[in-house]
Structures are given as structure tokens and as C-alpha cells.
Design a protein around this ligand. Structure first.
Ligand code: ATP
Length: 367
């Protein structure tokens, strides 16, 4: 097991069109045994970060350390890291047993008995004992995924890296494998870094989530922290489904010190605490999660805005209301009994404690 540190790590690719900064001054410490998930949109630098740690990509600047020891100049083999790829990368002509044993035989001088013992143990852990003498071509995607993970387990590495390991599986199997991988992690306690662009996967599996955009670190925190306290508008927008609602508003300060947020069809009274927290009048971005909005004709007018119902989507457990406010779409998650007619005008409210305000220019969270 190992502690992983990124210290001001930068990766620049030299492309024919010029330099591409894939990762910019990334600093991050991952304690021993933690399950960390990297998320972010396509091209944000997730895979490059993982590949630098695995030794598959050189580091342009900065330092990566494993248990305090710099690894920049170490070969992939010396790093004691096992990586599971999206493509599984299994050898088609070898059996499952041979696939799982291959890396171990190559990199250690363990006896055949010991190698076989570890292969069988990992196969049992992944529930693939019956497949050991089959070839990958005759296995389903889910089974191949298990073999690829089993092969990583066999090595008993200091760190596990997973690069979108479940993206080739169907939705149901993906959910099942998430639970499996979380179980394996709690059994083995090996430091794990897992890359995905699926924020639901990140929320359900991670001890901590690392959110990247454009090669830059946006926030590191527990699933709850990044959900309830997004550090900036990017994180607020990226985490949560359906995604947050955003409105450009101006804050007007009233004579009693309270305020009113006005803009894009909204006029919402806020307390003095909010006014103080943002630092007075100015332009802000108000955001609120769909589940924090509610249809409530009895709410006081100063805490309400009007919206027109565009579409009501019945998903079973809830109703998703797609509303129009000041020409803008707004999503609201309501209990099943709230089912207004399409075209109806409804009063919508929310609690001040659920509102987020971001600086309109820097997009940093203020409230
Ligand atoms: P995805 O989710 O699509 O896999 P990602 O977050 O893993 O994306 P990276 O693959 O790390 O992103 O890529 C980060 C940036 O670096 C992108 O702009 C990509 O085009 C660029 N990049 C990655 N590998 C190379 C390379 N070998 N040569 C040039 N540019 C590269």
C-alpha cells in the first residue's frame, strides 16, 4: 500500500499545432488506502494524470512521489502499480489463468505454485473460478472486465489505477461492478485511483472526488462536500443529475440590510447574512439544485418566483418538471403527487439555506 503525492505536476504535449497543456500544476495528496475518483469532461487530463503516475507518460514539470519517494525517473515496473484499462487489454490467445499469471511470472521469481495460488485466490474474489481455462474471446464484456481486474489483484500492487474500467458495460452491469469494485477495495485496502467521466460512479464509489477541468484542479472533497459545497460554478454544474439551475442575478441591498436577488425572471429576498457573505451589491450567479426547488403557492411572495411548466417527466420515484423562467429552462424535482398541467404557471420557492451564489466573473463560490 502507498501514499501518492502529486507536487505541482504539469504535462505539456508537443503537437503539430503547438503545445497542449494537458495537466497544469496539479498538487494533490492521496493517503494510503484511499479510494479516489478523478472526474471531469473529456480532455480534462484524467488519463494523462493516471498515465504519468503509472510511468506510461513522462512528466514535464513537478514531481510524483510514492510513499515519499520520487518516481519521475522510475520505470513502470519499478513503481509497483497495477492499471486496469477500459479496453481490458487481455491477451486473446492465452487462457484466463495465463492472462492473470503472465505479469506476475514476468516481474517476480515466485514459484509456479505461488503464482497459481494467487491466481485462484483473485479469481475467487472476482467470482471467475469457472472461467480460468477459457480464452477471453469466449467471455462476455463483464467477465472480461473481471479478468482484467483479477489480473491487477494478483500482482498485490501498492496502488491500483482504473481508467474508465466500466464504460464498455451496459448500465445494469456497470452498477453491479461498481459495488464489486468497492467491495474489493474494502477487502484489500489498496490505494486506488479511478478515472471516470460518470459523476454518478464518482459519487457512489469515492472516498474523495478530484474534479478536473482543462488540466486544472477544480476541487477535491468527499462526495457530500463537492455536492453540497461546490467550490465554483464548474463543479456545481458538473456534479448532480439533473444538473443545477443557474441564473444571472443582481443583488439589491434594502434599507434594512436585507437583500433582493433580481434577474432572469427571479426576484428573491435574502437575509442580511447572505448580503454580508457576498460582500454587498453586485452581479452574481445564483444556483439551486432541482431537488431544492418546490412548487408552493402558499410561500410568501418575496420568496417565490413564477414559472411556466413546459414538460412533466414521470420517472417513477419523482416527477421532473421542466419549467420556463424569464425565457430560461429550469429543472425541478418534485414528489409524484406534484403533477401540474403543461402550460400552467406555478409558484416556485426554495430555502435560502439551499441557495449557492458564485462571483459572476471568477465563478468562485461565495455562499
Ligand atoms: P477522456 O475522458 O476523453 O479520456 P481525459 O480527461 O482522460 O479525456 P486526456 O486523455 O488526459 O483527457 O487528455 C488531456 C489533453 O491532452 C487533451 O487535450 C488531449 O487531446 C491531450 N493529449 C492527450 N494525449 C496526447 C498525446 N499523446 N499527444 C497530444 N495531445 C495529447
Amino acid at each position: 500500500m502507498a501514499r501518492v503525492q502529486f507536487d505541482d505536476v504539469t504535462k505539456v504535449f508537443e503537437d503539430t499545432s503547438g503545445p497542449i497543456v494537458a495537466v497544469e500544476e496539479l498538487s494533490l495528496e492521496i493517503p494510503d488506502g484511499e479510494f479516489v475518483v478523478f472526474v471531469g469532461p473529456s480532455g480534462c487530463g484524467k488519463s494523462t494524470t493516471l498515465r504519468m503516475l503509472a510511468g506510461l507518460e513522462s512528466i514535464t514539470d513537478g514531481e510524483i512521489r510514492l510513499d515519499g519517494q520520487p518516481v519521475n525517473d522510475m520505470s513502470p515496473k519499478e513503481r509497483d502499480i497495477a492499471m486496469v484499462f477500459q479496453s481490458y487489454a487481455l491477451y486473446p490467445h492465452k487462457t484466463v489463468r495465463e492472462n492473470m499469471a503472465y505479469g506476475l511470472k514476468l516481474s517476480t521469481d515466485l514459484s509456479d505454485e505461488e503464482v497459481n495460488r494467487r491466481v485462484v485466490e483473485a479469481a475467487e474474489m472476482m467470482g471467475i473460478e469457472d472461467l480460468l481455462d477459457k480464452k477471453p474471446g469466449s467471455l462476455s464484456g463483464g467477465q472480461q472486465q473481471r479478468v482484467a481486474t483479477g489480473r491487477a489483484i494478483v500482482r498485490e500492487p501498492a496502488v491500483f489505477l482504473f481508467d474508465e474500467p466500466l464504460s464498455n458495460l451496459d448500465a445494469k452491469l456497470r452498477k453491479h461492478m461498481r459495488t464489486e469494485l468497492s467491495r474489493i477495495h474494502s477487502e484489500l485496502g489498496i490505494t486506488t485511483i479511478y478515472v471516470t467521466h460518470d459523476q454518478e460512479e464518482a459519487m457512489t464509489m469515492a472516498d474523495r472526488i478530484v474534479i478536473l477541468d482543462n488540466g486544472q484542479l477544480q476541487q477535491v472533497g468527499s462526495p457530500k462536500e463537492v455536492y453540497y459545497r461546490p467550490a465554483n460554478a464548474f463543479v456545481a454544474d458538473f456534479i448532480g443529475s439533473p444538473s443545477m439551475n443557474f441564473f444571472d442575478v443582481d443583488l439589491r441591498v434594502e434599507s434594512d440590510g436585507t437583500g433582493t436577488l433580481v434577474g432572469e425572471g427571479i426576484s428573491y429576498g435574502v437575509s442580511e447574512e447572505i448580503v454580508d457573505a457576498v460582500g454587498g451589491e453586485g452581479e452574481y450567479t445564483l444556483s439551486i439544485r432541482p431537488e431544492n426547488l418546490r412548487v408552493d403557492p402558499t410561500a410568501p411572495p418575496a420568496k417565490t418566483f413564477e414559472a411556466t411548466v413546459d414538460v412533466v417527466e414521470i420517472v417513477g420515484s419523482d416527477n421532473f418538471l421542466y419549467l420556463r423562467v424569464g425565457g430560461k429552462e429550469c429543472r425541478l424535482r418534485a414528489p409524484v403527487e406534484v403533477e401540474p398541467a403543461e402550460g400552467e404557471v406555478v409558484d416556485v420557492t426554495f430555502d435560502e439555506s439551499d441557495l449557492h451564489l458564485f462571483d459572476r466573473n471568477t465563478e468562485e463560490a461565495l455562499v
